[in-house]
Design a protein. Sequence first.
Length: 237
Amino acid sequence: MKMEELSWEEFAKMKKSIRAVLIPVGSVEAHGKHLPLGTDVFAPLEISRRLEKKLKRKGIDIFIAPPVWYGHSFVLNLYPGTINVKADTLRRYIRDILDEFALEGFKELIILNGHGGNIYPLVEAAEEIAGKHDVEILLINWWIDFREEISKICSSQGHAGEDETSVMLVIAPGLVKMDKAKGEKKALPVRVIKKDIGLEVFPDGVNDNPRGATREKGEQILEIVSDKIAEILVGRL
Ligand SMILES: [Zn+2]
């Protein structure tokens, strides 16, 4: 159920029998020269869509909240089109959103995150709310939590890499420029925090080789990830 499509009256009526709300969170950020800036929101939105259908088949309804588009992206901020929200701003913004949903009466707040830079602020916001309300918050970082499954489908994983590119080939093939898909895995022995570190770790906004991406792999990833989340939620809702 997409929340933004309901009137307040419909929402008020439906929430009486719905325990969970899922909030997709992403970023507006450089994803190589081959993927759109909205990649980290497009993926959670598609996973949410599939998840909602799967849960419905099991007789469970959830609300899908409108996504939070802007996220925290320090390392990729040097590339045009990355709109970085400071970690503390994001933490407080997400905290207020979670607070509102808890006050609306939801007991299960699910954050479906599409972007690595958001993780620390999301955890902090969730801890604050969990300390205040009687709610359970699930933070799902889809590309990390289901890494084992994804690694059986893709030969590698990474920012704008084989996995994300495959997924985007399913969601919006017209926005993927495979002729511009190139890159390689870069890793530093320790985390280095400095201005323009993105040039070193994410040249052109990529950290993986996306050449092996295919629509078939993307379809498999979206299915297994939404299946896995559905399984987790069936046990909790
Ligand atoms: Zn991404």
